[in-house]
Design a protein around this ligand. Structure first.
Ligand code: FES
Length: 344
């Protein structure tokens, strides 16, 4: 991959919109506390859209501030992935796949069209409508050669292109005419040209479900809604006995009594222990345990079977994990070494 650098000309400032901040925050909440930086890729993607299709340095810093990360870490990611534009782009930004399958199927012809209609790789057309870049495989090799076109509203693939259809696509985009994503050669998704060659025996679709989906099988444009089954004229005198018994409703899980080892008002016996010292407990489980009133090794060491069952239920752990990782034995040792008496 060629070196990717930040743009030489940068805006003086950048501020994320309230909507972008909200969206980024919703992504950070998908990760455990302290791991918010895991949302960096979506955060950069949202920020790029918010900044008009590219990432000025100030925008990268805004992402770093939101995620509590060193700016250099954000730069590392943004300069690695070609999905992040480090220079301004046109209204429609074209990423042209030049990897082997697309190259074998004519990517160089598409490149020539881009060069002719837009300019050299990485440039923006004179009217600002189009820009283009060559990228690595975009995962649509079955429909090679292909491009992805991104604008403020969508990111679509245009596939099975030729020099002619590519030229038409660029003309349509530049003039604001509607364009249709997907294969340009009338293939249906990635089926062979001319239609499917396998799984097309009519016998496969007879019988079960054939009556329920008559329009789909016949290939009509818009399948009619299946008719609601006609009501029986008269209710049968006696309902036929079911051959098999309906499965019994699962019994509601018994409400576990709150074990004595849990506190309700936070750590009341000095500074809480670092529960992460117990192998198998990370920051997430420690937070869960704290939220349920477990702060000390001696509490864990005092758990009985019922406590373990209850705790596994409330901390959303894997069943058997506490026993398998020997939390209680570990806690007992840690409690003793911490000089605390283990409650019976
Ligand atoms: S090689 Fe072009 S999409 Fe995979």
């Amino acid at each position: 991959m060629s070196s990717r650098r930040l743009a030489i000309r940068q805006p003086e400032s950048f501020a994320l919109s309230a909507a972008a901040k909200k969206e980024i925050t919703s992504w950070t909440k998908k990760y455990p506390k302290g791991r918010e930086r895991s949302a960096m890729i979506p955060a950069l993607w949202i920020t790029q859209k918010d900044a008009g299709g590219w990432l000025p340095e100030a925008a990268l810093r805004a992402v770093g501030d939101m995620l509590g990360m060193a700016y250099i870490r954000v730069y590392e990611v943004a300069t690695f992935y070609t999905m992040f534009n480090l220079e301004p782009v046109g209204v429609h930004h074209i990423q042209l796949c030049g990897t082997t399958p697309c190259w074998l199927r004519g990517a160089n012809d598409l490149k020539a069209v881009c060069e002719e209609k837009i300019g050299p790789k990485g440039s923006i057309s004179a009217d600002g409508k189009l820009s283009w870049l060559e990228v690595e495989c975009l995962g649509a090799c079955a429909n090679a050669p292909m491009v992805q076109v991104s604008n403020g509203e969508s990111d679509h693939y245009y596939e099975d292109l030729t020099a002619e259809t590519m030229a038409q696509l660029l003309d349509d985009l530049a003039s604001g005419r509607p364009v249709k994503p997907g294969p340009a050669n009338r293939r249906h998704t990635s089926e062979p040209e001319g239609g499917a060659l396998t799984l097309n025996s009519k016998g496969l679709y007879s019988g079960y479900k054939a009556k329920a989906l008559p329009n789909v099988a016949a290939g009509s444009k818009s399948p009619a809604k299946p008719k609601a089954p006609a009501k029986p004229k008269a209710a049968p005198k006696a309902a036929p006995k079911a051959k098999t018994k309906a499965p019994a409703k699962p019994k509601a899980a018994p409400k576990a009594a709150k074990p004595k080892v849990l506190y309700t008002d936070g750590p009341t016996d000095g500074a809480p222990d670092d529960l992460k010292k117990i192998k198998g407990i990370g920051p997430k489980f420690e937070g869960d345990l704290n939220s349920k009133g477990v702060y000390y090794f001696r509490q864990v060491a005092a758990w009985k079977k019922a406590d373990v069952t209850m705790v596994e239920g409330v901390i959303d752990s894997f069943p058997g994990r506490i026993e398998r990782d020997e939390w209680i034995a570990q806690a007992s040792v840690l409690a003793k070494s911490a000089g605390k008496k283990v409650k019976a």
